[in-house]
Ligand binder design. Sequence first.
Ligand SMILES: *[C@@H]1O[C@H](CO)[C@@H](O)[C@H](O)[C@H]1NC(C)=O
Ligand SMILES: *[C@@H]1O[C@H](CO)[C@@H](O)[C@H](O)[C@H]1NC(C)=O
Ligand SMILES: *[C@@H]1O[C@H](CO)[C@@H](O)[C@H](O)[C@H]1NC(C)=O
Ligand SMILES: *[C@@H]1O[C@H](CO)[C@@H](O)[C@H](O)[C@H]1NC(C)=O
Ligand SMILES: *[C@@H]1O[C@H](CO)[C@@H](O)[C@H](O)[C@H]1NC(C)=O
Ligand SMILES: *[C@@H]1O[C@H](CO)[C@@H](O)[C@H](O)[C@H]1NC(C)=O
Ligand SMILES: *[C@@H]1O[C@H](CO)[C@@H](O)[C@H](O)[C@H]1NC(C)=O
Ligand SMILES: *[C@@H]1O[C@H](CO)[C@@H](O)[C@H](O)[C@H]1NC(C)=O
Ligand SMILES: *[C@@H]1O[C@H](CO)[C@@H](O)[C@H](O)[C@H]1NC(C)=O
Ligand SMILES: *[C@@H]1O[C@H](CO)[C@@H](O)[C@H](O)[C@H]1NC(C)=O
Length: 532
Amino acid sequence: MDVRTLLPCVLALLVNLYGLHGQTSPNIIELGSSITAGSNTSWRSPSGDYAFGFYPISGGLYLAGIWFDKIQAKTLVWTANRESPAEARSTVQLTAAGRLLLNYFNGTVQPIDSGVLASFGLMQDDGNFVLKDANSAHIWQSFDSPTDTILRGQGLATGQKLYSNSKGTIDYSTGNFMLEMQSFDGKLVLSAYRFADPGYWLIDTRGSLVFNLSGFMYLVNSSNDTVYSLTRNIPTPVEDYYHRATINDHGNFQQFVHHKNGSNWTLVWNAFDEPCTANSICGVYGMCSSPDNETQTCNCLPGHTPLDPDNVFKGCRPKTVMNYCAENSRDNFTVELIEDADFVSDTLGDLSHVDNVDMEECKKAIIDDCNSLAASWANSTCRKKRTPLVNAKKSVSTKGIKALIKVPIKVPINPDIPKPTNKKKFNSRAFLEIGSIITAILAFLFGVAAIYYNPAAQRFIKRNCVIFGNLETVVSHDHEVLSDFERFERMAMVGLWCINPDPILRPSMNKVVQMLEGTLEVGIPPLIHDQM
Ligand SMILES: *[C@@H]1O[C@H](CO)[C@@H](O)[C@H](O)[C@H]1NC(C)=O
Ligand SMILES: *[C@@H]1O[C@H](CO)[C@@H](O)[C@H](O)[C@H]1NC(C)=O
Ligand SMILES: *[C@@H]1O[C@H](CO)[C@@H](O)[C@H](O)[C@H]1NC(C)=O
Ligand SMILES: *[C@@H]1O[C@H](CO)[C@@H](O)[C@H](O)[C@H]1NC(C)=O
Ligand SMILES: *[C@@H]1O[C@H](CO)[C@@H](O)[C@H](O)[C@H]1NC(C)=O
Ligand SMILES: *[C@@H]1O[C@H](CO)[C@@H](O)[C@H](O)[C@H]1NC(C)=O
Ligand SMILES: *[C@@H]1O[C@H](CO)[C@@H](O)[C@H](O)[C@H]1NC(C)=O
Ligand SMILES: *[C@@H]1O[C@H](CO)[C@@H](O)[C@H](O)[C@H]1NC(C)=O
Ligand SMILES: *[C@@H]1O[C@H](CO)[C@@H](O)[C@H](O)[C@H]1NC(C)=O
Ligand SMILES: *[C@@H]1O[C@H](CO)[C@@H](O)[C@H](O)[C@H]1NC(C)=O
């Protein structure tokens, strides 16, 4: 056959094929397709409501993910690389072999899929990106690995978690709060997981979370009966709205609707109303204040200064290291009073309490107890608090409570001690001393690691934190060592993070370096409840 007679036929076939793909199934992603960060290409759902592609964030970087594409806010609902945004010209590729890969421009390749080879991909109208095999069976879907948001048709099954962003639309990396459908007791719990927090909001009913197609969230038991309703009311008709439920950077779990022709997301349900409800919202030695019951701000407790001056949300540290158990130490501190505030205790409760005392007696009680840094007084009861103080609040629910905290009196620095210069001199004695302490602590850490993650020994955790709080006591006799105390404490914390049994919580090498340098905050590692 003459090739020339075949050509028009082939052309027609090509045009036809192109037309077919363009019109009848534009959402099918074929093997060999790719999208590039910084170009305007994306894989859109048939309705155009959702798009999969590179979502631009600050710093000229991109997140490979899924967003609401038709609204002005282009709200991101899922991302594959929240910890490591990609540079322009990075690609997402559904390879000829059937893998879904994120190729960073620097050459690093991060798999998005599970490793099973796909035959095609689909960006569906429900916001789910799905990979299917030749038999059209699901082999991977974005709905199975949610980040901070769930959509209609996407629930939270037992063991599934959502993690908040670090900072709204500024920093999409994993933040401090988690919503978990706990596998060990079936409860739905919000917690400040980085702070070994057992939770500040929960639904005490065994079930799994459903976000149904009518836009209602509720819990069902194993026979699919509704056992608890979250959403009470949503605007109708339901198809006129976009829907999402997100855990935000203030630790609240909220459901929103957005009219398809509207310009904003409207809150239809949230886990709690009162600001400052989330635990540890202002970090260690920070205080959450909400005098107006609407907004919330973070400040450091008296005598403390921000870890990161640009972001007081990250917590605070003492301005002066003080050994309250040293002889005559009471000449060197005062007790400050904060009205209408409290150091809210978690389920471990207070260190101890004294009944039938007035405020002055409460003050005296913590002055006399060198292991107690703070207390609260209300209704003639004095409650001594555990350290570290991670939960100071001043809001409508702490009205009438008086918070007391020990604050060192600023003492002049001993002139015999040379002021640290910019380029710190290497002090071998201090180095050896720190070195030996670190060695001892590392040995100790590995020893307790087994206990640390053993649910039967949860009480050790808090003691462990108390030990960290007391590290300064151990090294307080040497000023040089003290100046290195912060770095030392950080190393100990990083160590604990690195041996976390939940791999998702283990920091990357990048993060470890940042943590050790001090450019990244190091929280107290969480207690993993379900590692039975
Ligand atoms: C992407 O689209 C926007 C608006 O449609 C346009 O301003 C911009 O130049 C486009 N960028 C590229 C790289 O094509
Ligand atoms: C490439 O960039 C990503 C994102 O910033 C980073 O995680 C990765 O470590 C980099 N890889 C190399 C080889 O530098
Ligand atoms: C979703 O849940 C609500 C409330 O339980 C119910 O009225 C509605 O029929 C459900 N819709 C679907 C599609 O299941
Ligand atoms: C519960 O509902 C889901 C979704 O509608 C269904 O896939 C599942 O089979 C049901 N389970 C039972 C036990 O009815
Ligand atoms: C689920 O809840 C329904 C209604 O409360 C109850 O009748 C049913 O026994 C429960 N199923 C299981 C497996 O507990
Ligand atoms: C949005 O506005 C367009 C044009 O005014 C209209 O045709 C459409 O029905 C509206 N959509 C909804 C959901 O109200
Ligand atoms: C948000 O949109 C709703 C309609 O969906 C409208 O009633 C409301 O006024 C809007 N709010 C703001 C602040 O724009
Ligand atoms: C605080 O605000 C919430 C939500 O607006 C409200 O439900 C609650 O009653 C308020 N509390 C006080 C004491 O005003
Ligand atoms: C209290 O401060 C004085 C200096 O004013 C200092 O010499 C002394 O060591 C301090 N005592 C304690 C226990 O910190
Ligand atoms: C003090 O006691 C009164 C009366 O029992 C109670 O209403 C109030 O809530 C209590 N205050 C605090 C802060 O516990």
